[in-house]
Design a protein around this ligand. Sequence first.
Ligand code: HEC
Length: 105
Amino acid sequence: MLKTVLIVLFCLSAITSLALAAEDSSPDALISLVHQDCGSCHGMTLKGGLGPDIRPGALAHYDIETLSTVVLDGIPETAMPPWRPLLSEADAKRIAEYLLRGDMK
Ligand code: HEC
């Protein structure tokens, strides 16, 4: 029960700050969104926390299309939420590229 409450709180705080960030999708804004909002579960350095490690080495088996789908749709029946309401497909793709390469154009 406590775990569920914590997960919901994580999601809410992530979604609130993300909704603000989504208005500005400059590379800097997307990178800070990844570290802060995704980082609330995956760790600020993305090495894992409530969610798994999402640094490039851990995601090497993904291609960009699949990875951006995971970001947009989440992983059903897990704590990984869908970001489609808050991110455009283009932004999700840029995040996927960032996760795989470790930098953003
Ligand atoms: C509320 C917590 C939470 C937030 C916020 C969150 N994730 Fe996740 N994420 C998870 C969990 C938990 C999993 C593991 C799901 C499972 O059991 O398969 C996961 C899985 C993933 C995976 C798949 C990892 C793999 O090895 O297959 C990726 C990629 C990912 N998240 C990216 C992101 C990105 C990018 C963001 C920000 C846009 C984000 N996540 C935000 C909780 C979260």
